[in-house]
Design a protein around this ligand. Structure first.
Ligand code: HEC
Length: 218
């Protein structure tokens, strides 16, 4: 036991090294990144008057981001497009360019993820611009991906209720004869949580270049 102080110091220093290596060195490299223009001028500065990217998400999409975190979508979905040559993300059409650290600087939660049970969602707002498609997928993903879909149902985000007078403007639109459609005289209406979650999904786009990642990449 007389070596206890030495063991303690070794444990402490290995923890300190890890923190310095992982947290501080990353912060030095990436901590000062800010939104910038798509290209830089000759001296390497943002071009004055050009729009800055990435933009901050609209407030309603930020609320949807909280629902995405809450429901644990990150357990199965990533939000990072890998570089051409390091996987098939770009060939699969999951993005026109790879993602870089700057793409995440305006986000409250960085939801990069690490498990890909389902497709990458970084550009889902470009691939699927139809809100009704997203609602159907959340209500029951079998409607979109067929009976073999393994994505959980999020039907609790929807109210199935009797139609009173006319159908609600935001009621889900099912294909004629769909076995998933509600019974005659009923409608499926998104709750506030479903509405903001879909706004978030629609905001997931990678349709701008950055100096370090141009959209022309192939
Ligand atoms: C258990 C894993 C799992 C969870 C959790 C999950 N998904 Fe999925 N998701 C999938 C799989 C797998 C697919 C691919 C098609 C299928 O099997 O349904 C998919 C497909 C999708 C698609 C369509 C993607 C495309 O490119 O067509 C969207 C959008 C989506 N999920 C959103 C979400 C959201 C939002 C949540 C959280 C509310 C979520 N998913 C939770 C597994 C999951």
């Amino acid at each position: 036991m007389k070596n206890l102080p030495i063991i303690f110091c070794l444990i402490l220093s290995s923890l300190a090294f890890s923190v310095i290596g992982l947290v501080f060195s990353s912060n030095i490299q990436l901590g000062s990144l800010t939104p910038t223009t798509e290209t830089l001028d000759e001296s390497g500065n943002p071009i004055e008057g050009d729009p800055l990217f990435p933009v901050t998400m609209p407030g309603v999409a930020q609320q949807g981001e909280a629902v995405y975190v809450d429901l644990g979508c990150i357990a199965c979905h990533t939000q990072q497009v890998r570089r051409a040559g390091f996987g098939t993300d770009i060939d699969r059409g999951w993005g026109k360019r790879h993602t870089v650290a700057r793409d995440y600087v305006t986000q409250g939660h960085v939801l990069v993820g690490s498990q890909r049970v389902g497709p990458d969602l970084k550009t889902i707002g470009e691939r699927q611009e139809d809100a009704n498609w997203h609602h159907l997928n959340l209500y029951n993903s079998k409607i979109i991906s067929g009976d073999r879909s393994i994505m959980p149902r999020y039907a609790f985000l929807y109210d199935v209720r009797e139609i009173e007078g006319t159908t609600a403007a935001n009621a889900l639109q099912f294909e004629a004869g769909s076995p998933y459609a509600p019974a005659a005289g009923f409608e499926v209406v998104p709750t506030q949580r479903a509405e903001v979650l879909v706004e978030y999904l629609l905001s997931l786009k990678l349709n701008y270049s950055l100096p370090e990642a141009q959209i022309s990449e192939k």
